[in-house]
Design a binder for this molecule. Structure first.
Ligand code: NAD
Ligand code: ISE
Length: 333
């Protein structure tokens, strides 16, 4: 079956996912695209032979559209995800699921009422081969019970519109989801401390450490640096009771010359996670063809929002903030 997809938001990642759906993967065609930027959306639609909409809800209700991809700005996500659920259509929503935990709860309520999963959230690290191998090691018991997860998330630079809070809600959100998924437990409390400022970041609070206490007593230490200049650098290591599992460097080759040993570091998130995004969309299409969704759920989007809210409060106040979540509905067991 060919899944006919409508994409809302044709900016940086929207265009990358359209390329993925039209040029890399089989089993789908992009039949409709929507953006408030008329010129941009028309150019993209012409290139792939899709219809254009300036109204995302109208795209969702197009009877030709089987499934929806939401890659518009975060504050617009809630409206489109709710409209897709109301139309009974599978929807892939880039992170964040929504920009407030209350909005995430409205999405959960709507999906629970629908009675079947329709929403997948764009936490692509769960589809990365190395992270999946790391999770297999944890689940096999090889390293014993996890004690500490150190996660490193370094961006070369960020645009002037990037704020200090975004280091938590836009960037660390990936590490927060990765920690919940790898350790298979929820976050109990969050603290945030900032290091001496990286002056490349101007007034930005950068770098920071987000420290999470998990329900089991395990600790998660996330370094977020967004002005490191040298590359896009992602790292992770879990220390367990009897061993350690570490994400290897991602370079495929190393060069030894002139008495030195060198390897490449990826340039940006597109390069680092290119295969993960492909697998993420392949699995999304497989489920969408059956009229449902798998992978990171609306519950995971909600949990991440509760933790990032606590993180922003922790950064602002300097306090340790407890994480309080609603009971998990059976749909997300
Ligand atoms: P972007 O600004 O490049 O693109 C967003 C697009 O949405 C723009 O073209 C804008 O005109 C359009 N838009 C805004 N409001 C709209 C509306 N109401 N209807 C239709 N279109 C609308 O941003 P981006 O970097 O592509 O990010 C988009 C989303 O993807 C964000 O939620 C971001 O957090 C997420 N993202 C995820 C990753 C990842 O690693 N998973 C990476 C980058 C971005
Ligand atoms: C961006 O939105 C992403 O999601 C990237 O994965 C992340 O590394 C970056 O910091 C965010 O701005």
């Amino acid at each position: 079956m060919t899944v006919k997809v409508g994409v809302i938001g044709t900016g940086m990642i929207g265009q990358d996912h359209i390329r993925r759906l039209t040029e890399v993967l089989t089993g789908s065609s992009v039949v409709a695209v929507s953006d408030i930027n008329k010129e941009q959306v028309e150019k993209i639609a012409t290139a792939i032979g899709a219809r254009t909409y300036t109204d995302g809800v109208a795209l969702i209700n197009d009877s030709e559209v089987d499934a929806v991809v939401v890659t518009s700005w975060g504050p617009t996500h809630e409206e489109y995800v709710l409209a897709a659920i109301a139309a009974g259509k599978p929807v892939f929503c880039e992170k964040p699921l929504a920009t407030t935990q209350e909005a995430c709860l409205r999405i959960i309520d709507a999906e629970v009422k629908h009675g079947k999963r329709l929403v997948q959230v764009g936490f692509m690290r769960r589809f990365d081969t190395a992270y999946r191998q790391m999770k297999d090691v944890v689940e096999s018991g090889t390293i014993g019970a996890p004690l500490i997860f150190k996660s490193v998330h370094r961006n070369p630079s960020v645009p002037p519109s990037y704020t200090s809070d975004m280091a938590i809600v836009d960037t660390a959100v990936h590490d927060i989801d990765t920690a919940r998924w790898l350790l298979d437990e929820e976050v109990k409390a969050v603290s945030v401390i900032a290091a001496r400022k990286n002056n490349r970041g101007g007034t930005l609070r950068d770098p920071i450490i987000v420290l999470m206490e998990m329900e089991s007593g395990a600790i998660v230490d996330i370094e977020v640096s967004v002005n490191i200049d040298y590359a896009y650098d992602i790292g992770g290591e879990i220390s367990g009771e009897t061993g350690v599992v570490t994400l290897a460097e991602r370079n495929r080759i190393t060069v030894k010359s002139g008495g030195e040993y060198r390897g490449k570091v990826t340039a940006d998130w597109k390069e680092r996670f290119v295969e993960a995004f492909d697998v993420e969309f392949k699995e999304w299409l497989d489920a969408a063809a059956k009229g449902t969704a798998t992978g990171p759920s609306a519950w995971d989007g909600y949990a991440a929002a509760v933790v990032t809210d606590a993180g922003v409060e922790a950064a602002g106040t300097g306090n340790r903030i407890k994480v309080e979540m609603r009971d998990r509905p059976a749909l997300y067991a």
